[in-house]
Design a protein around this ligand. Structure first.
Ligand code: 13P
Ligand code: SF4
Length: 301
């Protein structure tokens, strides 16, 4: 039996579901039951009736799935698959910032640990950050928006309000530079540029469309353009090609590859199902506190 069949057999035996982020390797996309962005993955994790969730993504995403399905077994096939941006802030650092701004509401990007989320009022992903900010601004003046300074800057420009921010960023998206877009545009003048809001502001300023990975997929599907320059992690191009075989995609730079997302492969998924490893464990108290911010987001989205 080949590895794909072995995974399918074990998945059935253990009543497991495989969730994969858009940045995963092509073979991981192809074996997954659901491929999506952070928001779609959280929503799927919240409503699945599987007993086991094999999460092909990075640690904070698997933790979010665990918080939303605390009685299920949530597995991350590689325990070292973390997110450097999420690791740029901890609960102590956030509490120190909150102490300086006692009247501010805290909105955290989903790219944060459960410990950090436990100290936040609201959570957001890149696809609903603007909506969440607009919601909060109806009743509050000050927002602490952590940890991604570029996402915060992007949303801040949309609403014309300043936030209290953190010096966090995604090292993968930060590799994309304006010259990458300018060169790609010169080579492909008909192409539309799609950029993720984790990119530097100089990049989002050059884009035709700024969107989360899922919104990029729907934009490409509905837009009449045939060629697209993709300014985000290169893993998404497999899905874009698969869903739009008649369209052409150019990565803004091959350097935009997230090493953590690429740690997961078919062998590790198989071992994960065989040994039920590596199980995500978070204390009940932290999960209960962190769930408030995530559920508020899911209610508003
Ligand atoms: P989205 O899939 O929500 O757009 O997030 C991108 C990302 O970098 C997650 O780590
Ligand atoms: Fe973290 Fe960036 Fe990798 Fe997403 S792409 S997991 S934000 S390092």
């Amino acid at each position: 039996m080949d590895i794909t069949d072995q995974i399918k057999k074990l998945k059935k035996e253990k009543n497991a579901i495989i969730l994969a982020h858009n940045y995963q390797l092509p073979e991981v996309h192809d074996i997954a039951d659901f491929v999506g962005d952070s928001l779609g993955l959280s929503m799927t994790a919240a409503k699945t009736d599987a007993d086991v969730i094999v999460f092909c993504g990075v640690h904070f995403m698997a933790e979010t799935a665990k918080i939303l399905s605390p009685d299920k077994i949530v597995l991350l096939p590689d325990k070292k698959a973390g997110c450097p941006m999420a690791d740029m802030i901890d609960a102590e650092g956030l509490q120190a910032l909150q102490a300086q701004h006692p009247h501010a509401v805290t909105l955290c990007y989903v790219n944060t640990s459960a410990n950090v989320k436990a100290h936040c009022d609201y959570c957001c992903t890149s696809s609903n950050a603007l909506k969440m900010v607009q919601h909060i601004l109806k009743s509050h003046e000050e927002i602490i928006f952590i940890p991604d300074k570029y996402l915060a800057q992007y949303v801040s420009a949309q609403v014309g309000r300043k936030f209290i921010t953190w010096e966090g960023f995604c090292p993968t998206h930060a590799r994309l530079l304006p010259e990458n877009i300018l060169q790609a545009r010169e080579l492909h003048p008909q192409a539309k540029v799609l950029a993720h809001p984790e990119c530097r502001p100089e990049i989002t300023a050059l884009a035709d469309m700024v969107a989360s990975t899922e919104k990029m997929c729907s934009f490409v599907h509905n837009d009449p353009a045939v060629e697209f320059i993709i300014a985000t992690e290169i893993g998404i191009i497999h899905r874009l090609k698969k869903e739009n075989p008649e369209k052409i995609f150019y990565p803004a730079s091959d350097k935009a590859a997230c090493p953590n997302m690429k740690r997961i492969n078919l062998e590790k998924i198989l071992w994960s199902l065989q040994d039920l490893e590596y199980e995500i464990k978070v204390s009940r108290d932290t999960m209960d506190k962190a769930r408030r911010a995530i559920e508020r987001m899911l209610q508003i989205t």
